[in-house]
Design a protein around this ligand. Structure first.
Ligand code: IMP
Length: 423
């Protein structure tokens, strides 16, 4: 962490890497924690002092009373879901109103965006993306089409602006022959959420960040989703609609590339994916089921089963290069404690051709593996690297060598305390 710099903490595969826990461990080192992309499609689970919280739009620095938290311009925000999330934190005793600033340039997810999300999925039929249904795609589409509403819009003539956009959406839904929906109750809460949001500082967070960086403050940019869900670099069209990579930190917070310091890439000791789309390392057998069960791999937002497989070095190498990852953080190592052998995907294969580079489209590729011995012991009680079983240390060394990037933090359990920094 350097003064006057923005460090980024990014999920570098398909999301759900456990960013929430790490960012929460990191916050004591930083002055500001900022979200730069995505919205309530994210679900960052944080467990500490026996309590479990799932954050969707609010940065994970919110638990640390002394920190400023920012929802940046690159985010999309649903006022009703934001209100529910914020009120739960307030009820648990956290003071949000002065410590959470929302960019006036962030875009609003309307209830009708969520209906459009569902309608588009239905229209796609068997090619559906398997979205979280939170209206992410329709909102970012309208941002690009320059027809969307921003947080700053709620401060002036909002009822008229809202009615105009809602009418437009209703027409779009009619055109899609998707008319069987009722948003009345949702809309009531949404409008209540809009009023509630006005009690927060709605600011030019970009300028706040410029001033903070100039004054030598340190910023942690908290990623959402993962590199393989990036709108440009992910497994398009089975992606989310925002820039989840380190480039997105600049556009999503309004900070310059030369303000970026460390880039922490976070991954799990194995792979998961939620929703549709190609996933060459997916295991359809009992090993996959076992990883899901031990790792509790069920979606934090939708509760869906996550698809599971071994660690994917093709995806990780690609993500490290795209993001400029300087340090790796490996999560959920303990999930593999009971396996006799551990596999790592080192290449993809299709029609007899083997590649170590991420293909344009991974559909139809199968994984080529190398096999390593399992460590067959409980990692959850370990507190330092010197206690690592040899086979686990070998697994880390193997990954570091293949990925040419140091793994500086290893997580061995869900609690904050089960996080081991390596020398
Ligand atoms: P959307 O972001 O709701 O449009 O969903 C697009 C794709 O991204 C779907 O496959 C989702 O399952 C996936 N996705 C979105 N957010 C997350 C996340 O936070 N973790 C993992 N997958 C996500």
């Amino acid at each position: 962490m350097a003064k006057g710099k923005v460090d980024a903490l990014l999920g570098i595969v398909f999301g759900d890497e456990g960013k929430g826990k790490v960012v929460d461990c990191f916050t004591p080192k930083y002055d500001i924690v900022a979200r730069f992309a995505g919205g309530p499609n994210a679900g960052h689970t944080i467990i500490f002092e026996g309590k479990k919280f799932v954050l969707r739009s609010i940065p994970s620095g919110i638990f640390d009373e002394g920190k400023l938290n920012i929802i940046g311009n690159g985010c999309v925000i649903a006022p009703d879901l934001f209100m529910a999330e914020a009120k739960e934190l307030e009820a648990a005793g956290y003071n949000l109103k002065t410590r959470l600033h929302i960019s006036k340039r962030a875009h609003l997810i309307l209830p009708t965006h969520r209906v459009l999300d569902r309608a588009y999925e239905v229209a796609k039929g068997k090619n559906k993306v398997g979205t979280t249904g939170k209206g992410i795609g329709p909102t970012y589409s309208e941002k690009a089409a320059r027809t969307s509403l921003r947080v700053g819009d709620i401060l002036e003539n909002f009822p008229e602006k809202y009615a105009a956009l809602k009418n437009r959406h209703e027409q779009m839904l009619k055109d899609l022959h998707y008319t069987d929906y009722d948003i009345r109750e949702e809309e009531r809460l949404w409008l209540e959420g809009v009023e509630y949001m006005k009690s927060f500082p709605l600011t030019d967070t970009e300028i706040e960040l410029h001033k903070a960086l100039k004054a030598g403050k340190s910023v942690l940019a908290e990623g959402a989703q993962g590199t393989m869900l990036d709108i440009d670099h992910g497994t398009y069209p089975f992606v989310s609609s925002s820039s989840t990579c380190s480039g997105g930190v600049c556009t999503g917070l309004g900070v310059a590339p030369n303000a970026i310091g460390e880039i922490f890439g976070i991954f799990k000791a194995y792979s998961t994916r939620v929703g549709s789309g190609p996933f060459p390392v997916e295991l359809f057998d009992e090993t996959g089921d076992k990883i899901r069960e031990i790792g509790n791999e069920y979606g934090a937002v939708t509760g869906r089963n996550r698809r599971c497989g071994w660690v994917d070095l093709v995806a990780l190498k690609y993500a490290i290069a795209l993001n400029g990852v300087t340090q790796l953080i490996m999560m959920k190592s303990d999930v593999l404690d009971t396996f006799d052998t551990i596999k790592a995907c080192v290449a993809y294969k299709k029609d007899g051709v083997i590649t170590e580079d991420m293909p344009y489209d991974t559909e139809g590729y199968e994984a080529v593996y190398e096999e390593l011995p399992g460590w067959k012991s409980d990692l959850t009680h370990l507190t330092s690297e010197s206690q690592f079983p040899k086979a686990f240390q070998d697994y880390i060394d193997y990954l570091e060598k293949a990925l040419e990037t140091p793994i500086t933090i290893v997580s061995v359990g869900p609690d904050r305390a089960q996080t081991i920094e390596r020398a």
